[in-house]
Design a protein around this ligand. Sequence first.
Ligand SMILES: [Zn+2]
Length: 700
Amino acid sequence: MSRRGIPGVGRPIRAYWRHRLGWVAAGVLAMAAQASAQHEVPMTPSDLVLEAQSISVARLLSAQSRWNAKRTLIVTDYRFRIEQTLLDGGIGGFEFVVTQGGGTIGNEGQDMTSNPRLRVGERYVVFLDPDRGEVFPPFVGGSQGIYRVDTNGVAIALSGNDRLMLSDLVSEVQSLLALRGNDPPLRVHRADPQSLRPMPSKTYSPAGAGGTVAGSRKPTAEDAPDIETPIPGEPLSPEANDAAEPSQDHVSTPDAPAWHVARLSNRPIVWDQWPEDWWVGHVDQAMMIKWNRIVDDLNLVSNSQLDTWAWQNDRFEMVGWPTNQMMIDQFGEGWGASTLAVAWRRWSGSVILEVDIAFNPAYCWTLDEFVSATQAGSCWGVRQTALHELGHGWGLDHPWEFYSVWVDSVMNYAPKQFRLPMLHADDTAAARTSFPGTASTNLDGLVSMYRTADDSASMQASYTGAFSSSTSITHGSSLALGGFNIENPGRTTFSNPKVEIYLAHAWRDWSEPYIYLRTATFGTTLAPVATIVHTPGGTTIPSTVPVGRYYPALYLRLTGDEDTENNSAFSSPNVQLTVNNVPATLAPIEAWRTWSLGRVGPSGIWRLNLPVVAGRTYELSLCNALGGGTASFDTLMSVVGVISNDDYCGLQSRIQFTSASTTMRTVEVRGYNNTAQGTFTLAYRQVVTDRIFKHGFEAD
Ligand SMILES: [Zn+2]
């Protein structure tokens, strides 16, 4: 289906939509591959149709703020006049009123970062959530379930995730509704409050916490030892004689920063941090430190850290994972069904007075970045989410709510596999500009293993991996990486960035083995805030690279870089390069011969061709005592389709077999498991057991 009037739309989301309906019909539901959202579980457009109570094109007539019944939260009633009913759902054909948290009464303003901003007088396409209350967004999937229609007839999802012509959206909704028939709303993307897993939270106590903070200190980052480290370290500097191949392909730097700030918290912000004996203890402080590298003492933590929390107590609180009951006690309503995390903000004039940050315990949360960056995984990253919400904490908004952005940002809704706990150039520019004259990282470069670009089908940037899908390559072939972002999040211009290209055994971890391939040097200059997409030329995989599976990785080597945590970039967790050898062909004779040198890396398979003749017997050995074979590791050897052996002499292998046919066989040598790696020399021979038969056979 076309998107008339929107040039350059390439995302096959419409086709996906129809595809997904097929899944629904088959009773199989899965998460969308590319959908993304920070505050809500991602949904596809078809999810919106299938899970909505009512769908209409409607104009927002008024927005009236009031206190909720418990007088604990400002909420706003939004009155819509229906222009076109797509699905009535009992709403009626004229007007409806929905409510969500946030609003302004007198000098006091409040917002919830999960909730979309609505403007009186605008037209919207509204997918009403059947379980809506008056705290979280009343739309399916939060901001994903409401599209603003601009004066050109373009409908833009307030999540920033989707943009298309209204007429196309309406006709697609209608065709999906025809398929849905009279079915009630599906309740798929709904956390079950009964299944809440035990996540830590402060206790809700409106009386227990309040007033001034008794002392503060700088945050400290001490990850518990069993936590996956988010800091990859750095590879050893390669030898100077490695040739650098110039290559460049640069895209423009942004005309202007994309960030948006409406009001600020006073610096320093003193947070009631997570108690340090929680399993996530110190992780919030580690994320505060990332912001503090840009703005000195932007975030401090309290010396009087409290075990209780409440909204409207004038404190900045890292609440943790409050239970549904705590939410009801505080706000009169439980968690939004698909809400992942939220920051409540309260201000007077242009000064933010209070921020509370909470995560929904109904979802899976992890400190293992490998898990959270796994695209198909259902767990969410604690660090990146905390870093995002702490951005809201000092006043940063979502840039894509205000501009169509193409640069990267911790405030973007990046696809899961590109969501790392890292501040980008746009974020640091926002903080530096908002809090001028404070200490800040001076020289800093950042590299990603993906590129961002403008996406005319959304307000968000598109994300494309530089090495985007698992593939295989043979020795001597050229590895083609796509473009990747280099950013300047610092305050000092740098030029001619050098990016080292590696194959790494472990994901985001230079303490495990890695192989240096080459350095790509780009003839560009990056001023502060700049993001440039660089595309390197091909990189030949030499035959000395052990066969196996690797993460292609980059390291931006920048002399004097003050923050090297963002100088490493790896392919996504589920995307690896398999290196294969070019199989040599063995020529067995009656005497032992040896073939060397095989190199087996992680999960690698070294292959050799073995021509065999029917009726003849062959022997292959990695055992020293048998023909002079060797192997430095625990081997498995097989003749594919015929025979295999694990341990014959110690941990090494040996095979003898009589061939049933005359053909070319493949010999495979691999490690017993993916950590069994090393080099080998194969000894092989043809075993003569029956001279008479052999002569007779040859006489044929
Ligand atoms: Zn946000």
